[in-house]
Structures are given as structure tokens and as C-alpha cells.
Design a protein around this ligand. Sequence first.
Ligand code: SF4
Length: 558
Amino acid sequence: MFCYHCQEAKKNLVCDKTGICGKKENVSSLQDMLMYSLKGLAFYCSQTDEFALVSEKTNQFMAKALFAMVTNVNFTPAEFVALIDEAVRRRNFIRQQFLSTYQQKNGVQFKGPIPEQAEWQYDEVSEQSFTDTGATVGVEKDSETLDKDVHALQECLLYAVKGLGSLAVHNLQIGIEDIAQYSFMHQALSFTLSKNNTQEDVLAMLIRCGELGLAAMEQLEKANSKKFGHPEPTKVYLDSWDKPGILISGHDLQDLEDLLEQTAGSGVDIYTHGEAISAHAYPAMKKYFNLVANYGGAWQGQKTEFPKFNGPILVTTNSIQQPKKTYQDRLFSTGMVSWPDVPHIEDRKPGHRKDFSRIIELAKQSEAPTPLTEGRSSTGYGTKALSAFTDKVAAAIKNNKIKRIIVIAGTDGRHKERRYYTELAEALPENTLVITTGDTKYRFFQHDFGTIDDIPRFLDAGQSNDFSVIINFLQQLQKILGLDKLNALPVSFNIAWYEQKTILMMLALLALDFKNIRIGPTLPPFFTPNILQMLSDKYALKGIDTVENDVESLMAGN
Ligand code: SF4
């Protein structure tokens, strides 16, 4: 086992026996086997653009398979066995079509070179055989034949493409598809098969991935706003009520709406967990009186928070951990999320809502949640809500009442060092705005930040997927202030990275040529010292320091 694709890699180096996330060695090998197989599929998909041979289903399959490998999404060996099998079958089908179409068009056979990933065949579909082969084709194998720095950047590209796959699936759930994203997934995976890529080649692909990731976030944000209404500044209750409830975690707003529709008037309350807190701000959700509160905090608190909830828990898009006995009989997954033996709610049939009746029946027999948190916290500063502040913020910047905008975005995690984000947010001077997306905000979301000229100093734009909202807001500010470039704004980014979608945030900022981005609480383990030096030289990208030093440095624009 060799996995270092998230912030919690053991000792910030690599998980080599079992994952800190709970990923077992066999699942790690199966994921390596899946990536190997997807590269083979991508090889033909990327060759066939001019022949238009890639089907809609193959594009969607690629995105779903990539999403399944994002940290904390899917831990079930049988699911990976099925995905590997499907990848090979789809590859064989498109390979045959490609080879015959190529010959017809060119009058000669395709000579290649054809990489082994595009040729391998299995003898049998079995967990054991895929696991055994997977153990020989992982990260370490590529590192034997590639320059170390190129390999590091290519791994970063593969992880970012997993993040892009997850965004494409989120978009698909709400009826949006973008062929440019699918094409890039094929191109990027196929690109990593070459042994001749230079650092510059890979960096160009990474920048393109950042651009597409940002575009995918923007599409999702627009589609969600169109369907569920523009998020409105909202105070979310954090306490618990006296009826039984269902706790929903993850990002999928359609799942939440389906659940609310099926529980309205049933006597079952709905609570959000983790990044789902942002759902309270959407007008379409507000009309359901049984969407009562947010329960608990960020994803990593589930092992202590879920036992106290007492009712069923539905995990929609990611962040599942090994369930404890105290709640495993109340835990359900849906979408790409899966844990062995945790019941899975099937996808909705076309024109129908997802069927949550099983969960609702269980909720009716459950106790009300044990009180855990209390008070209120604000969210809902989406595109429209932030737009309403643009003129005021621009004026406050001009007259020096706002000296700096600090963006603290990203995903929370278990590292003790993450208390840095609480201390940093609370130590920032009163002439700063703090804008957030993702669940790192739980580290300081109940702090009283006050206001500057009626502008709340703490503005939560929503889920990590809503990162594009912040960029959009900054672009409006740039226009009003008449600045020639976005990075001339008094804004600093502090990205709390955890998994592959946060890598996309970082790449999006590099694509926009932002400098002085901080990545914490630790730097990605897959970057070599040379790559970190290159990113430092080119973008002044850096890790976090002490809170005191960082406040001083941030306020100086560094
Ligand atoms: S996803 Fe993260 S925690 Fe899990 S095995 Fe990989 S590096 Fe370790």
C-alpha cells in the first residue's frame, strides 16, 4: 500500500499499512488498479475525439469512477471490483471501434505506441486477482520510471482530476454536463502515460485543471441557485428539538430536497451536518419547516456526534468514516459513498425522487437527538448576497476601513495543528473581512466578528464547491475599484487543504495568478522539495507559520 493523496497521510508522508482514513490495504490496491484501468480507457477516449466515439455513458462513468477514489468516499471492495470490470469492458469496446475507424479513415492500422494500461486483460473478475494486480501498479511503480519532480506533479494532476470528477458528478445530479470537463479527464489521465512529459508540460495541465475546476464549481453554483433559489444570509440554529430526526451530511442539495419533501408533515425533523449546513440558506429548503437545525460540526466529528443523534444518518457525497457500533445500524449511504455493510439508498429513477422511506420509518421509531450544540451561526453569502455588499466593500477598501480580505477556504480534518485556523481567524485585526467556504469555518463559526459599516466581518459563502462565489465577488470588486488585475486586490488566501477538491482550489488560484497562497496545516506530501521551491519561486506559495507571524505577514500583503 502506498497512498499519500490527502492531508492525513501518515506522518505527512504516506499511509503504507492501512489508511488513517480507514482505507484498508486491499481497497488501496483496488483503487490503484482502477486508476490503471481508467488510464487505459482514457488512452482510447483521448485518441477518439475526432471520431466522436466516446459515449455519454462512458464520460459519466469516468467521472463517477474518479469520484469514487476521492478520500473518504468509497471503502467497499466489491464496488471497486465492479468499476474495474466496467472500465476494462468500456475500454475494449471503444478500442475495437477506434482501431477499425482509424484503419478506415487512414487506410493503415494504428501503430501506437499503445501503453500496457490500454492492453491488459483480466482472466477473471475477482477481488483477489484485481487486488493482487493492483498491488503492482500503484504510485511507486510510476515513480520508478519518471523524474521525481515530474512524477510529483503528475500525481497532483491525478488527484485534481479526481476532484474534477466529483464536481462533474455533482453537476450531473442536477442535470448539468460539460464535455470540456470530460474531455480533460480523458486527456489528463492519458497524458500521464507518457514518459516524456516535462515539468512545464505538467504544470500547464495543472493550470488547465484549475480553470476547469473553477468553471465546474461555477456551473454547480448557478444550477443550484436556479433550482433552489439564490442563497440568502441566514442564521442557522445549532440546537436540537424534541422530535426524532434524520441527520444528512455531504453536499447533495437534491438529496436533501427529496428527503424534506418525503418527511414534510411526518413528525420527523431534518438536521444538517458538516458542509450541508449551507443548505439552510436556500429558499427552496426554507419552506420546509422540518429543516430545523445543524447538528454538530465538521465531518471529522462524526464518531462522537453521530452516536448522540439517536436517529438515522444519511451520508450523501463523501466524508464517511468507519462507523462505530453505537450508530452503525442507523447509518445509510447514497450516491458514490459506500462503506461495507452500510445500507445504500439507490439512485433516483428518472422523473422520481430518491426513495428514503426506509430511513424515515427508522426515524419514526427513534429518540430525539441528544442536545449537543446551541446558538446560531450565519451562512448564505452566495453570489447574489455578496453582490449586495460589493459597492460598500469597495468603498470601505478605498477609505481604509477594510485593509484586507482574508479567505479561509477548504476542508477541515483531524490534525491538532488545525487549531491554527481558530486562532488565526480570532486574531485577525478588526479592519479585515473573513470570507469562507467549506467546513474549516466550524473552527471559528461562533466567534463574534462584528461588522464594518454594516458589512458582516464573517461572510460564509457555503460549501467547498462554492469557492467560485468568492472569485466572482473578487472579480466584481476588481471592476469597481478599477484594478488591472485580480491579484492587485487586498486579498489573501489561506487554504486549509484536506482532499482532492481542495487541490482544485489551489490550482484555480494558480490559474488566476494569485501569489502568496498559504496551504495548511501541512504541505501536500506528494510534492518534492524541488516542486515546493518552484511553486514558491513562481507563485510565492507557502505553508503556514505561527499565527502571530502569519497575521503580520498577511496584513503586509505577503
Ligand atoms: S486517503 Fe489519506 S488517509 Fe487515506 S490512505 Fe490515502 S493518504 Fe492515508
